[in-house]
Design a protein around this ligand. Structure first.
Ligand SMILES: *[C@@H]1O[C@H](CO)[C@@H](O)[C@H](O)[C@H]1NC(C)=O
Ligand SMILES: *[C@@H]1O[C@H](CO)[C@@H](O)[C@H](O)[C@H]1NC(C)=O
Ligand SMILES: *[C@@H]1O[C@H](CO)[C@@H](O)[C@H](O)[C@H]1NC(C)=O
Ligand SMILES: *[C@@H]1O[C@H](CO)[C@@H](O)[C@H](O)[C@H]1NC(C)=O
Ligand SMILES: *[C@@H]1O[C@H](CO)[C@@H](O)[C@H](O)[C@H]1NC(C)=O
Ligand SMILES: *[C@@H]1O[C@H](CO)[C@@H](O)[C@H](O)[C@H]1NC(C)=O
Ligand SMILES: *[C@@H]1O[C@H](CO)[C@@H](O)[C@H](O)[C@H]1NC(C)=O
Length: 395
């Protein structure tokens, strides 16, 4: 303890000497290349939106014996200047003596919390800032921890977060989150997923904030290719500023709508080539296997999408589409061949019918002949009759 204190005193003396001789300006205290007397924990770089506010998360550390938290602690913000900022100027003093940018030190200095709110940011705020603590005899600037403030005119696009490697049936949380430099008026988030998703504004580990909406969805194949659009509307003085982002879901799924087709369709003559084609919807694209179903079982005949073969006899076929998520069987298709024996059979049939027809014709012919053989007697009488009449008329 004693050693420590004497060391501290020694350092302070050295610091003062250095300050006097080498460091003019406002950052005269301890801003040399040695051990800083005040360490600030704040993001090195903060972005803000014009017309909105900026909350700077800030805590500090000091271990110098002269720091006494029972005495009034003042927080001071300095603007501009470089690392040893000779031209930095005080813009805020928590005593109330200076406050050029309406800053609000909302942290509790007794808890070494120097969180500060910058309202209504403009491009005039773009600069480097330093924080200083004054406490009785202690006065230290965190010159090794400058804060750069950048002010943008257009807002940040929100980011959409989905787990990688999406699969059907999986339940996932999809999040749209937006950078929130001003947690007092966070951006309003809307997206194409669900209208009334609840917005939450959460503090990150570094003290900055993020607004987000999220939804849990159970994925199906219909989500593949689905476009999610998310927009963030930032309230600013006199209106709002909006930025959007979109992403497309890529969901893997097992084969669906597996079907088999045959070309040419209809009856095929033996010896001809037919092409069996299998199709299926799957992600990633499936592998195909063709099977022939017979009385003796089912046999694998091809591992291609298209199975080309010469028909020897008909049969039943089906295909199966497979990817790492599953498989699906197509309906069975029939390869039917034009049987030559059956055409002989048909000719035989025709011959039979022809025979019957011929038989009928013969019968009819016979009957006609039979009747005809009777008629001549009548006909020989008639001319006689006519002749006799004619004879009588003549006479
Ligand atoms: C500040 O940080 C430096 C480097 O991390 C460290 O050596 C020093 O002890 C710290 N000082 C205080 C006051 O915490
Ligand atoms: C802060 O405001 C005072 C007057 O209110 C002015 O004299 C001073 O120059 C200003 N400082 C800066 C850094 O703008
Ligand atoms: C500092 O104060 C702010 C404002 O009151 C608070 O939001 C934040 O959580 C505090 N930080 C720590 C580290 O206590
Ligand atoms: C915000 O800053 C602009 C530019 O300095 C100023 O014109 C405007 O009046 C300010 N608005 C509020 C509400 O402070
Ligand atoms: C989504 O799921 C997570 C964990 O599975 C759960 O903590 C959260 O409350 C769910 N959110 C909604 C909106 O259902
Ligand atoms: C594909 O299969 C699904 C069921 O898995 C069905 O609802 C849909 O109508 C099928 N689509 C086509 C084009 O056959
Ligand atoms: C199948 O056979 C036909 C005719 O022999 C040919 O034109 C076609 O390219 C073949 N297809 C495949 C995938 O081998």
């Amino acid at each position: 303890m004693k050693v420590y204190q004497s060391l501290t005193e020694h350092m302070l003396t050295v610091n003062m000497l250095l300050s006097v001789f080498f460091l003019p300006g406002d950052l005269t205290d301890y801003c040399y290349g040695g051990k800083p007397a005040l360490n600030l924990t704040t993001p090195n770089n903060m972005e803000a939106l014009t017309g909105s506010c900026l909350e700077i998360p800030c805590t500090y550390e000091t271990d110098y014996a002269t720091y006494d938290s029972s005495k009034t602690i003042y927080g001071v913000w300095l603007k501009g200047g470089a690392y040893f900022g000779a031209n930095s100027r005080v813009i805020f003093h928590s005593s109330g003596s200076v406050n050029n940018y309406s800053l609000d030190l909302i942290g509790n200095l007794k808890e070494k919390n120097c969180t500060t709110l910058f309202p209504n940011l403009t491009t005039k705020h773009i600069d480097k800032y330093f924080f200083r603590v004054e406490n009785g005899g202690y006065k230290a600037t965190a010159c090794a921890d400058p804060l750069q403030i950048t002010v943008k005119d257009s807002p940040w696009s929100p980011s959409i977060n989905v787990p990688s490697d999406l699969k059907e049936h999986q339940s996932v949380t999809i999040t749209c989150s937006a950078f929130t430099p001003c947690p007092h008026s966070p951006p309003e988030l809307t997206w194409t997923l669900q209208q009334d998703s609840l917005r939450q504004t959460e503090e990150n580990t570094d003290g900055t904030f993020t607004s987000k909406i999220q939804e849990n969805i159970t994925l199906s194949d219909t989500h593949d290719g689905y476009n999610i659009c998310c927009s963030a509307r930032y309230p600013v003085i006199g209106g709002s500023k909006t930025a959007g982002t979109e992403m497309t879901l890529s969901v893997s799924y097992a084969p669906r709508n597996t079907s088999a087709s045959i070309s040419p369709s209809g009856l095929v003559s033996a010896g001809r080539r037919v092409e069996l084609s299998c199709s299926s919807r799957a992600k990633p694209p499936p592998r195909f296997t063709w099977f022939r179903n017979s009385k003796h079982g089912t046999f694998k005949v091809s591992v291609e999408k298209i199975y080309n073969f010469s028909v020897t006899d008909g049969g039943e076929f089906h295909c199966v589409a497979i990817n790492h998520l599953g498989q699906q069987k197509s309906p069975v298709i029939l390869v039917a061949i034009k049987d030559n024996r059956s055409s002989e059979f048909q000719i035989l049939h025709i011959l039979k019918i022809l025979g019957i027809v011929l038989l009928c014709i013969s019968i009819i012919s016979f009957e006609c002949w039979f009747r005809f053989s009777k008629k001549p007697k009548k006909e020989t009488e008639e001319p006689t009759y006519v002749n006799s009449v004619m004879a009588t008329t003549a006479s």
